[in-house]
Design a protein around this ligand. Sequence first.
Ligand code: GUN
Length: 287
Amino acid sequence: MTARIIDGNALSAQVRGEIAERAAALTARGVQPCLAVILVGGDPASAVYVRNKVAGCEKAGIRSLRFDYPETATQDEVMARLAELNADPSVHGILVQLPLPRHLDETAVLEAIDIKKDVDGFHAENVGRLSQNREAFIPCTPHGVMKMLESTGTTVQGAEAVVIGRSNIVGKPMAMLLTNAGATVTVCHSRTKDLAFHTRRADILVAAIGKPRFVTGDMVKPGATVIDVGINRLQDGPDAGKLCGDVDFDSAKTVAGAITPVPGGVGPMTITMLLENTVISAERAAG
Ligand code: GUN
């Protein structure tokens, strides 16, 4: 058996087309959606993500504002910028790229974002609303995963779902979304005993651990839908320099029913959901 490949680029292009139409309609009414992006420090991966987010905005007709700070930026500088962006009615979404340098208080920064502009969905109030299954800005990566499951016709209600990873950005909100959609959810992480015991039971397996090719075919239930959130650059071996996911694609695809590739899987959907959240925020502001 060879798994069906879930094409994140194709799904993303389709959804971004709809987002661009909504952005154009808002712009015609005098309210062009606008996303402000704050990057602190020189982390190379973060710089690539921010560049892709800004480029995604431009293609969808969304205005973007980019604020780059050196590694040495102070908490006060970042907080002052957030206060200014919160108060600016032409700004609909605010994103602070994570991780922040260690001397900055990440929780305080995220809490300083107006929840109506919290398009990443990282503010505690949005997290709480999501956990209560109320209207909220949903974190972009797990939201994109839900869209991918929907697009493949995967039945979530009643399914056994296993999420590997317990981060605030992916693992925890992913578990909440799957729970809200009626799956029976197990969250595994680096301290889980006998990981394969859990993963082999999963009808839906989401890998978000940050370890290259960690999930191998023998850990996958035959016919499962496998979603690979990892983006890792291989350090050595014959594929050194190449991007790969947390799933060993070649072995997993012979067992799974459907699987996302890396690159071209979850990655493009993350930015797509960010653009959608920005347009939603602008639509609310336009009334
Ligand atoms: N760092 C890794 N993923 C994300 C994300 O989705 N949003 C932000 N702001 N930072 C990240």
